[in-house]
Structure formats: C-alpha cells, structure tokens
Design a protein. Structure first.
Length: 115
C-alpha cells in the first residue's frame, strides 16, 4: 500500500499557484484556438501591399543603402582611374605585340609554303 500524506485530508482538492489553474484545457477550445490561428495567418499572408506601396518601400530601402556606402573622394577616384588606364594601356601594348608577331609568322609561313 502507498503511504498517505498525514498533512492532507483525503477529500481535499489539490491547490496550485500555477497560472494554468483557471485555464480551459479542453480539446474543443484547443482546436478552436488552432483554427483561429490558421485563419489569422492565412489572412496576413494573403494580403499583399499595393504596387505603389511596394515601389515606395523598395526606393526607400535603396536610398537607405546608398547612404551607407563609403563614397571615395574625387582625388581618390582620379587616382584609381589613372591606375586602370595605365593597366589597360599596358595590356593593349602586350596584346598588340603578340598579334603583330603572329600575323608576321603566318605571312612568313604562307610565303614559304608549297602551293
């Protein structure tokens, strides 16, 4: 046999300080709450902002991001432009030299080929 608690009367109901004491835990209320949640979720996802509102939001976000960009100064921009120009001219000379060499090699082979 199980031991009986001497401090508690046999027919005394259990009392708790938990917040669930007054909660409705029936299956019907749980199902109703689930259905209400699904309906609210479906309504929120079905609602799509109008085209104008979406465009305004996109433009607002775009300008917000552009404000965060670290823009270079005019001096730094010209410096980078100069570097790019020098690199492009360097490779222009290299590629042109190879092209000229290959053209002369092909002409030389064409002259000495047996026809």
């Amino acid at each position: 046999m199980a031991k009986k608690n001497k401090n508690k009367a046999v027919n005394e109901p259990l009392v708790s300080n938990s917040p669930l004491m007054d909660a409705d835990l029936s299956a019907e209320s749980a199902t109703a709450q689930k259905n209400a949640y699904k309906k609210n979720k479906a309504k929120k996802s079905d609602q799509k902002p109008k085209l104008g509102a979406r465009i305004r939001k996109a433009l607002k976000e775009m300008f917000s991001e552009l404000k965060k960009v670290s823009w270079p100064t005019a001096k730094k921009t010209m410096s980078m432009f100069g570097i790019v120009l020098v690199v492009v001219l360097f490779f222009l000379v290299i590629i042109s030299a190879f092209d000229y060499g290959i053209i002369n090699l092909i002409e030389l082979l064409m002259k000495h080929s047996v026809v």
